[in-house]
Ligand binder design. Structure first.
Ligand code: NAP
Length: 550
């Protein structure tokens, strides 16, 4: 399969600046550039504009596509088509022609006369002139998936003169990417199909897996020419674009929102470290049981994708467990770890080589193992207060019950804590530990050996940023108590800062995150030899990403 090219789009205002950007794109690893000249060329009679475009192409440090995008398809060109076609004729027959010219299928199909003129300027099977520029025939829909997608495609494919076919439309959900991959797999010539918007990222990153002719990536976040376009640094760095091939396995973080998740940075770096042929993507699925189930099952069913696992976060942790329970009941090969079952929530899906889907709760595993290290005599009979009754607190309580701890759970909304207690008592009836509910207002009076913050109090950007869930002037605790905060942004929360001042031992949310991410990585890659390397790498990457966000 031919290598998928990396193309950097450059909106040209000043040719000199565009050439500087093109040189930077080349240095950053782009294979070609697309000069968007719709601001440079004003149509009929703009000889100066035409001359500037010809010079730009002649001086380009990389092979290029020239595109004068009409306002009908998201560009800024408002002149008439015949002027654009004259420009194409000049470019195609120039001393230094561009590698490709992009022209919209809608304009190409509008007039036989213009079509004939375009065909005289480009290279194709029946060409008699000595020209070398290829035609990219394109169609765009910035709002949705075109209702007539397949008719559009058939019509574009009917034009033999088109060297490359390009379709770009706004992906409405993750599932639109699967249709994009179908089109790529059934291509009859070099083809570009890209999803725009947040949901389309998958099609941009995975173009090499499905034989896409090229993918676009900008120099900077501001330099993109379509919504959802990654930067070259993101594509080649975070998503390891150069390593993606047909055999690359696919993983991702499923939740809503996921755009700012640090997991893609962490896990892609981990795959690189252990040499796992895989890529990890943000996969946003709208809240709700139906979208989650439908999307997860269609990702799994699409064999060519080789979807091997996911981290699952708010609001889908309960949904993952539910899918596993339902599918297992229907006779499919799903396994659920006891701690995920007990917690009523799972954050990890791993698809084994034999096709079995395994769901686990690595948040719970991480909390348990960190506390075990801090309290080497074990957790049996140890009084532990868990603050919060959400997803993380559930996992913590389930894991601690299995370790035999005496857990008291306190939540602002007491009924939620009571529900959690009742469910855990039922589901983990054989676990050696115990669980009680404490009143939120009385939390400081509960003596404990370990305190776990499972609320979002202290989280930057949350409703209680800068606050602490505990007031250490009122707390009754032993000197050797441990305070664990699951909040990882900021790393040193007000709770941990105060606990340190009191001389207590602390465990921060980054340590929890890193520990649970290592557990996921081992489940996915099967590599348990690299634990210390993963620990150092995941800690460094998490710290870097969090620092860049503050
Ligand atoms: P969740 O299910 O939404 O639960 C949030 C909990 O916080 C609920 O118990 C809620 O109480 C409580 N809460 C929120 N604001 C509060 C306030 N102002 N006062 C008192 N209680 C408040 O969230 P989650 O998934 O459990 O996540 C909780 C925290 O863990 C988040 O900060 C998240 O970033 C962090 N986390 C860390 C990791 C890691 O690896 N380190 C992993 C996952 C999550 P009510 O029930 O009364 O609303």
């Amino acid at each position: 399969m031919a290598k998928t090219l990396l193309c950097c789009p450059i909106m040209v205002d000043e040719p000199a600046l565009a050439l500087r950007d093109a040189a930077q794109a080349r240095a950053s690893g782009a294979d070609l550039v697309e000069y968007r000249i719709d601001r440079l060329f004003n149509g009929e009679g703009d000889d100066e504009g035409q001359e500037a475009v010809l010079r730009l192409v002649a001086d380009s440090p990389l092979p290029c596509i020239v595109t004068c995008r009409s306002s009908d398809e998201g560009g800024e060109y408002d002149g008439d088509d015949s002027a654009r076609v004259s420009l194409i004729e000049a470019l195609g027959t120039a001393e230094h022609p561009p590698k490709y010219i992009d022209f919209e299928a809608a304009a190409y199909e509008r007039s036989a006369n213009l079509r004939q003129k375009v065909n005289l300027a480009i290279e194709h099977e029946h060409q008699v002139r000595d020209v070398s520029t290829g035609l990219i025939l394109s169609a765009h829909d910035f709002h949705s998936r075109p209702a007539n997608l397949f008719a559009l495609l058939a019509s574009m494919r009917s034009h033999d003169a088109a060297k490359v076919i390009k379709l770009a439309f706004r992906a409405r959900s993750i599932r639109d990417n699967l249709e994009i991959f179908d089109i790529l797999r059934e291509r009859d010539r070099p083809t570009i199909v890209l999803g725009m918007g947040e949901h389309g990222l998958m099609s941009r990153v995975l173009a090499p897996k499905f034989g896409g002719f090229l993918t676009f990536a900008s120099l900077s976040e501001q330099g993109g020419t379509a919504p959802g376009q990654p930067t070259i640094a993101e594509l080649r760095g975070r998503y390891r674009f150069d390593a993606i091939t047909e055999s690359t396995k696919v993983y991702g973080v499923i939740g809503d929102p996921v755009a700012h998740s640090i997991s893609p940075d962490v896990h892609n770096a981990g795959f690189e470290l252990v040499g796992h042929d895989a890529v990890y993507l943000p996969l946003r699925i709208d809240a709700g049981w139906e979208p989650f189930k439908a999307t997860l099952l269609s990702l799994r069913a699409y064999e060519a994708l080789d979807f091997r696992g996911a981290s699952v976060t708010i609001p889908h942790k309960e949904n993952l467990l539910r899918v596993a329970i339902e599918q297992a009941a229907a006779g499919e090969k799903w396994e659920i770890s006891p701690v995920a079952f007990g917690a009523g929530a799972a954050n990890t899906l791993a698809v084994r080589d034999d096709g079995t889907r395994f769901v686990d709760n690595t948040d719970a595993l991480a909390l348990k193992s960190l506390l075990r290290e801090a309290l080497p005599d074990g957790l049996e009979g140890v009084p532990i207060v868990v603050l919060g009754a959400g997803g993380v607190a559930r996992g913590a309580c389930a894991a601690l019950l299995e370790e035999g701890a005496r857990v008291t759970v306190c939540n602002r909304t007491t009924e939620r804590a009571e529900r959690l207690r009742d469910e855990l008592r039922e589901k983990l009836a054989d676990a050696p530990g115990s669980i009680e509910v404490g009143a939120w207002d009385n939390r400081h009076a509960l003596g404990a050996q370990a305190w776990i913050n499972g609320t979002s109090i202290g989280m930057s950007g949350g409703g209680a940023e800068g606050e602490s869930p505990l007031d250490f002037d009122r707390i009754q605790t032993t000197e050797d108590a441990v305070v664990l905060d699951t909040v990882y942004a900021p790393r040193r929360t007000p709770l941990l800062a105060r606990a340190e001042e009191m001389g207590l031992r602390t465990i921060d949310g980054v340590s929890v995150f890193v520990r649970q991410a290592i557990a996921q990585s081992v489940l996915w890659t099967g590599d348990s030899e690299s634990l210390s390397g993963l620990h150092a790498l995941f800690t460094r990457v998490s710290e870097e990403v969090l620092a860049s966000e503050t």
